[in-house]
Ligand binder design. Structure first.
Ligand code: ZN
Length: 404
């Protein structure tokens, strides 16, 4: 059976888990490590697909939960799949919808976020799981649409069917993401369920790929998700189990603080075979997260923070984050970041972008989004090159010293 993707490891960094590689898909190659641009609702907010490509984005990740509710997976399918529907020619990912049915399905617009650098250890999934707002059974998750309150159920099988209709190159298995601070017995039972769901996902996925093969359609790839929260033995057990099942890659799920990379991510990546690509699900886009993630073996990241924060006026610079709305920038005629080569930093000033934000002009969000996305995509590109050049630790030290 021909492969949906082909992953090759190229360079390795001595005495670490870091490596470079490439993921070949039917829509092009992703050079890894890579930052996958967040395109939740089949759009990267404020950016055209051409802008995503020209700022260096190699791939886009959309969200199954959002697309199943609106416009519906059937419409995306009738359009010819995610890439055609959004007019994006590059490689695409979808996540399983699992995290969102726990969080958005029960807690939409309550200020809950997956990455909780400020609210230690509590995530939407965590709260939802603990409060039993979304009802989890071994069959799947019962939840309500955040759009119209309709009662719905998502199962491992239905997540696979939805993702095959949406038709991204790389899909994620449907898993349960427990609160990191939930008690161990709960984490164990949740992990058992995630493992059972992983097997069911793979079975349904293989049936659907067989149908694609029969119809001479392109095959789709599936990553299995490793859970286990902050327990070393459970993370290792999960990494061993998931990588034994025959997935095309590994997704590392959980609710992470930066410090968890040196433990949870390391345990997993020390355990899974080198030959599988490893995706860190929805971690932040902080420089420390990116450097540590790569150092401990991550090949691809995704996060919507760069564009979301851009729309709020939070701009990434080499010396830390600034808020471009501040009055202090009204007469600052320098670019957002003087060393940045993105379109927004060529000729547009902080003063002008400050004016756009203060006047609620849409171009402010566009320029800020181009800049932030470029900043993160290029930071990961530079990290990738530093592995090739053997300068990773120099780059890490100088970048993080400036930033923090
Ligand atoms: Zn820039």
């Amino acid at each position: 059976m021909k492969q949906a993707i082909k992953f090759t490891v190229k360079d390795k960094l001595k005495n670490s888990l870091a490596r470079t590689g490439e993921i070949k898909t039917q829509h092009g190659v992703i050079n890894t490590p890579a930052f996958i641009v967040g395109g939740t609702k089949a759009t990267v907010k404020a950016l055209t697909p051409d802008q995503v490509t020209s700022l260096g984005g190699q791939s886009i990740l959309a969200n199954t939960y959002h697309l199943m509710l609106r416009p519906g997976a059937d419409i995306v399918n009738e359009a010819g799949g995610l890439g055609k529907f959004m007019n994006y020619a590059g490689p695409t990912f979808t996540d399983s919808g699992g995290f969102q049915v726990f969080s958005l399905g029960v807690a939409y617009k309550k200020g809950i976020d997956k990455v909780s650098h400020s609210q230690k250890g509590e995530s939407g999934a965590a709260k939802a799981t603990q409060d039993q707002l979304a009802k989890i059974t071994n069959k799947g998750v019962h939840f309500r649409s955040h759009i119209d309150g309709q009662k719905l159920i998502m199962t491992p099988e239905s997540s696979m069917e939805l993702q095959h209709k949406i038709g991204a190159n790389i899909h994620m298995a449907f898993d349960e993401c427990p609160a990191p601070l939930a008690d161990r017995p709960y984490i164990v039972s949740s992990l058992n369920r995630t493992h059972d769901w992983a097997k069911r996902c793979l079975t349904r996925h293989q049936e659907l790929n067989k149908e694609h093969l029969d119809k001479n359609e392109p095959l789709q790839a599936l990553f299995g998700i490793v859970q286990g929260a902050r327990h070393q033995d459970l993370r290792i057990q999960s990494a061993e189990y998931i990588s034994s099942l025959g997935f095309d890659g590994i997704g590392i799920g959980g609710v992470f603080e930066t410090g968890d990379i040196e433990t949870e991510v390391k345990w997993v990546n020390q355990t899974v075979p080198e030959s599988l690509p490893r995706h860190l699900l929805g971690m932040g886009a902080q420089p420390a997260d990116l450097f540590l993630g790569v150092e401990y073996g991550i090949d691809t990241f995704d996060c919507v923070a760069p564009t979301r924060q851009a729309r709020n006026g939070a701009i990434y610079t080499a010396t830390g984050r600034i808020n471009i709305r501040n009055t202090g920038f009204m007469r600052d005629f320098s670019p957002l970041d003087k060393n940045c080569e993105c379109y927004a930093c060529q000729g547009f000033s902080r003063a002008y972008i400050n004016h756009l934000f203060r006047s609620d002009e849409i171009l402010g969000a566009i320029l800020a989004s181009i800049h932030n996305e470029y900043f993160v995509v290029h930071m990961v590109d530079n990290i990738r090159q530093s592995i090739v050049d053997g300068t990773f630790y120099n780059l890490k030290d100088t970048t993080l010293k400036k930033y923090y």
